[in-house]
Design a protein around this ligand. Structure first.
Ligand code: FRU
Length: 467
């Protein structure tokens, strides 16, 4: 969809937006698409104090379709501006979709790298090896809103010969006077991996190395991010094709990270064990960036590709999916901790200590002195249970067919919960574990009820304003 086609359909968008207005499940303090469908956050960056949030966007179809890059900005993380889509599909090399990618800022200029998707429907093509092109494309921009040209940097033929046609989602970073590009990939033996390219000028890229685990961990790794927090390197990525093991890897595709030892010069590396970033039902394709205060900020997609969302109630209202609350990442050794960005506190009303909580959009905080077990229900339909070793979120009554997600947890020290009209984010033990999910309760009043064997040091809640 090029810009002219998009502009010609804006009346359609107005109609969808009318439908959306009447939706009780619209979100009040999370980003949702202006209309239609949203998936991965893209191109996250801060430029002259403005944070840019681009995202995979299908404006006129709530159930997937041709991808563009939608665009929001924020300076304070509580007020957001919406702009017209930034990248349209308008060249041969991105004719079937402007897929995910990232931004890199150098000398006051944005460098956007993304995957131009091209599908070949001709039968003679084999889906895995030749059915599509995944072109790595560069856009340079002085302002994040306009650009002059798209330049294809890498095509299928440039990727290593043992790669399938699934190579996508570039991320760029600088290290030791070199630039590196990381791409998610699937090789011809169906092994998920990461390709690393190297460049001196951000435009000419040479293949450097491939990273994968000693034992196969899924057939495809999407949306890679190599980051460093407190001296520890991590590879965040989304492996597909990992078998469920008990309560682990319970979603169709995974979202997590490997602690990594990586020597770029010697091309040596060692993977630590994969750790799930979030234990909820709806989390995928997280992207991170450093803001002006050197905070490592993560935003994820509250959704998962190919998961069964056919009964998701917002589809009838013309939209689907949302982005997570922005979170700040910290590391404790090889473990990442996530906490909502401080700025959300500006959405808080007066602090409340009573058990009587009829508000709908709330933040709830529990701080335990001791906790043997604990049981909490919210909205008469969401249940959270801690039995002394496992914490479980149960959405059977409001998850359109989805049931439970769990995590092992030695101690329960604190719980922080964010309830928006149709989402819940639960942070346990100051960000040690997180559950992100969409949920569709009939009654939206928080109405917390709790029981168990515990002593509470503090319980408080705040009503949260709409942003
Ligand atoms: C992840 C993903 C990416 C791809 C994009 C397409 O959700 O499949 O790998 O670039 O979405 O929308």
């Amino acid at each position: 969809m090029n810009k002219t086609e998009y502009l010609n359909r804006l009346d359609e968008q107005k109609k969808i937006q009318e439908l959306m207005k009447g939706d009780k499940y619209t979100l009040n303090f999370h980003l949702i698409p202006p209309s239609g469908w949203l998936n991965d956050p893209n191109g996250l960056c801060q430029f002259n104090g403005v944070n840019h949030i681009y995202y995979q966007y299908t404006p006129f179809d709530a159930t997937w379709g041709m991808k563009l890059w939608g665009h929001y900005t924020t300076e304070d993380w509580i007020t957001y501006k919406e702009y017209e889509p930034f990248i349209f599909s308008d060249i041969e090399d991105d004719r079937d979709g402007v897929y995910s990618g990232s931004a890199f800022i150098k000398n006051n200029e944005f460098y956007f790298y993304y995957t131009g998707n091209v599908k070949h429907t001709d039968k003679k093509y084999d889906y895995i090896s030749a059915g599509r092109e995944q072109n790595t494309i560069l856009i340079k921009s002085k302002d994040g809103f306009t650009y002059k040209e798209k330049k294809t940097l890498l095509k299928n033929i440039d990727y290593p010969k043992n790669m399938s046609c699934h190579v996508r989602d570039p991320q760029i970073f600088e290290k030791n006077d070199n630039y590196y590009m990381v791409l998610g990939a699937r090789d011809l033996d169906d092994i998920g991996c990461i390709l690393i390219y190297q460049s001196k000028d951000l435009e000419n890229w040479d293949y450097h190395m491939t990273l994968t685990t000693p034992e196969k961990f899924g057939y495809m790794w999407e949306c890679p991010n190599i980051i460093e927090i407190s001296g520890q390197t991590f590879l965040i990525c989304c492996p597909q094709g990992v078998e469920q093991q008990g309560i682990d890897y319970a979603n169709i595709y995974q979202c997590g990270y490997f602690p990594l030892e990586l020597d770029f010069e010697k091309k040596e590396y060692k993977f630590g064990d994969f750790i799930e970033l979030d234990r909820g039902f709806d989390i995928y394709a997280p992207q991170t960036f450093l803001d002006g205060n050197n905070r490592r900020i993560l935003i994820g997609w509250m959704g998962i590709p190919d998961a069964d969302y056919t009964n998701q109630p917002t589809i009838d209202k013309g939209w689907q999916h949302a982005l997570t609350l922005p979170r700040e990442l910290k590391a404790n050794g090889k473990k990442i901790y996530q906490l909502p960005l401080e700025e959300y506190k500006k959405l808080r009303g007066e602090v409340q200590k009573t058990l009587d909580c009829s508000a709908e959009n709330v933040e709830l905080n529990f701080e335990f002195t001791t906790c043997k077990n604990f049981n909490l229900t919210l909205r008469d339909s969401i249940s959270l249970t801690y039995d002394g070793s496992v914490f479980t979120l149960d959405l059977e009554k409001c998850g359109f067919g989805r049931k439970t997600r769990s995590v092992k947890l030695k101690n329960l020290i604190d719980i922080q919960i964010f309830l928006d009209n149709s989402s819940i984010e639960i942070f346990l033990n100051s960000g040690e574990e997180v559950f992100t999910s969409r949920c569709y309760s009939k009654n939206l009043e928080a109405n917390p009820k709790f029981s168990g064997e515990y002593t509470l040091n503090d319980f408080k809640w705040y009503e949260l304003k709409k942003f």
